[in-house]
Design a protein around this ligand. Structure first.
Ligand SMILES: *[C@@H]1O[C@H](CO)[C@@H](O)[C@H](O)[C@H]1NC(C)=O
Ligand SMILES: *[C@@H]1O[C@H](CO)[C@@H](O)[C@H](O)[C@H]1NC(C)=O
Ligand SMILES: *[C@@H]1O[C@H](CO)[C@@H](O)[C@H](O)[C@H]1NC(C)=O
Ligand SMILES: *[C@@H]1O[C@H](CO)[C@@H](O)[C@H](O)[C@H]1NC(C)=O
Ligand SMILES: *[C@@H]1O[C@H](CO)[C@@H](O)[C@H](O)[C@H]1NC(C)=O
Ligand SMILES: *[C@@H]1O[C@H](CO)[C@@H](O)[C@H](O)[C@H]1NC(C)=O
Ligand SMILES: *[C@@H]1O[C@H](CO)[C@@H](O)[C@H](O)[C@H]1NC(C)=O
Ligand SMILES: *[C@@H]1O[C@H](CO)[C@@H](O)[C@H](O)[C@H]1NC(C)=O
Ligand SMILES: *[C@@H]1O[C@H](CO)[C@@H](O)[C@H](O)[C@H]1NC(C)=O
Length: 376
């Protein structure tokens, strides 16, 4: 993704501020590619008899076989799903690599059987599916298109990359194609919308999004594929007509941005999702499937002042509490979620500041934070 989701909740002023920040951030954004070289260590380590990946974290007993990776006892396959963005996958500075995505998939597969990505720029769809193939792991990917209002090229280029990847790899490891992430939230922010995604502005944005969703469905079915097509938005920004056009929806719900204390965070997230999303979807004719598309807790921020938002405070200790309160309980009561997120994203810290870059279970260099993964 090129930007990060933020608020959910009904905190209108906060939403507007964040959207303004996001829009400006995107316009001035430039990925700092020097960050990528520092995180790539030499691969291969003959003295130990193992090869290591470009992050230097995962070992393989056979350098030529990514499925021969060694498991890490600290990792548990406890998450319903994980939100993931391969490093260096933002235009115009593509710098990702199959080797790096393979190392990520080796780690991700020890935590979950499902992942979602956010877009198809920089060959992400093919890299993820190739990495799943080479590592031979049981992981299903929800591919994605990060479309933006009024840019037909951005949509079409990504659509064609998703379709090419599906033609190459088939659909065995594809759970769906998500068209849009926070499209209506961003559209409303950029066009003076209020807080109701079913008002005139929300509906106008929704119509643009629906055109692309409908096209994606038609393209897949004309090629003979039966792949669900969905969308993702901030939890309070689902337009009903958009929901009526999709097979599934992913709701980004962040208690941290809604000024909720860590003690209430897991319950608040559950209640918000049930009341604002699941119940609404059940009232629509097509009853789309709903999962939490993002939820998590940050551990750090670019400035000390930004580390707290009212009673919510970024820290590893609070991330541990959120993991303890949310993960196994949600698995037990059938709440489907993509935990946000796999690893910190340094580019987001640079581009957006605040807590944006620090939601990972892993640091940006793929070492696990000072947390214990719940064992459900
Ligand atoms: C090779 O791997 C071993 C075990 O992980 C480590 O102790 C050693 O420092 C590594 N050597 C090199 C040259 O990277
Ligand atoms: C693969 O993961 C899915 C859940 O995503 C699970 O239903 C299935 O049983 C797993 N398959 C194997 C062979 O473990
Ligand atoms: C995209 O990735 C796949 C899998 O690694 C590779 O086969 C293909 O050549 C890549 N395409 C481009 C344009 O880099
Ligand atoms: C995708 O959406 C954009 C507007 O957001 C529009 O310009 C373009 O025509 C749409 N493309 C298709 C094929 O639906
Ligand atoms: C539209 O998207 C394409 C591909 O993502 C990008 O190269 C182009 O700069 C965008 N155009 C505008 C006007 O933003
Ligand atoms: C926390 O954020 C600061 C400011 O961005 C950064 O310098 C520091 O390396 C970060 N620490 C960790 C552990 O990520
Ligand atoms: C959330 O906390 C921030 C920072 O303390 C504050 O500026 C904002 O007014 C609070 N918002 C609400 C709705 O409480
Ligand atoms: C489902 O699990 C979540 C996370 O533990 C919890 O907050 C919520 O109260 C649970 N809901 C029910 C109905 O048990
Ligand atoms: C990985 O990054 C974290 C946070 O910046 C840092 O504390 C840690 O020392 C790094 N680990 C390695 C092996 O570079």
């Amino acid at each position: 993704m090129r930007r990060r989701s933020k608020v959910i909740g009904s905190v209108v002023a906060l939403v507007v501020l964040i959207v303004a920040g996001v829009v400006i951030g995107v316009v001035v954004s430039k990925h700092n590619s020097s960050s990528s070289s520092s995180k790539k260590s030499a691969s291969g380590n003959s003295t130990s008899g193992y090869a290591v990946g470009p992050y230097g974290v995962v070992k393989q007993s056979d350098p030529n076989d990514p499925s021969s990776f060694l498991k890490d006892d600290a990792l548990k396959q406890s998450f319903y799903g994980l939100a993931y963005t391969p490093d260096n996958s933002q235009l115009p500075d593509c710098g990702n690599s199959l080797a790096a995505v393979i190392e990520d998939i080796q780690l991700i597969s020890q935590l979950t059987t499902r992942l979602r990505i956010y877009g198809a720029d920089c060959n992400q769809s093919a890299l993820v599916l190739e990495a799943i193939k080479q590592t031979k792991v049981n992981v299903t990917a929800w591919l994605a298109i990060y479309n933006v209002p009024n840019n037909a090229t951005a949509y079409e280029e990504q659509r064609d990359k998703v379709l090419d990847a599906i033609k190459t790899y088939g659909t065995d490891h594809v759970g769906g194609v998500t068209v849009g992430n926070e499209f209506v939230l961003d559209f409303m922010g950029a066009n003076g919308g209020g807080s109701d995604p079913n008002d005139a502005v929300g509906t106008a944005g929704g119509e643009l999004l629906i055109a692309n969703i409908t096209d994606m469905k038609n393209q897949l079915s004309s090629l003979g594929y039966s792949v669900p097509v969905g969308t993702s938005d901030a939890g309070a920004y689902f337009n009903d007509k958009v929901l009526e056009s999709v097979d599934y929806a992913l709701s980004n719900i962040h208690s941290w941005f809604a000024n909720v204390s860590i003690a209430q965070a897991a319950d608040w997230t559950y209640t918000f999702f049930e009341e604002e999303n699941v119940e609404v979807a059940q009232g629509l004719s097509n009853k789309p499937d709903f999962a939490i598309g993002e939820t998590g807790w940050p551990t750090n921020s670019t400035t000390a002042a930004a580390a707290s938002n009212g009673p919510s405070t970024a820290s590893e200790e609070n991330l541990q509490t959120f993991l303890n309160d949310f993960v196994c309980g949600s698995n037990k009561n059938g709440t489907e979620y993509f935990y946000f997120e796999f690893a910190d994203e340094d580019w987001q810290a640079k581009q957006f500041g605040g807590v944006e870059g620090y939601w990972g279970l892993f640091h940006d260099n793929r070492t696990l934070k000072g947390i214990t993964i719940p064992d459900c």
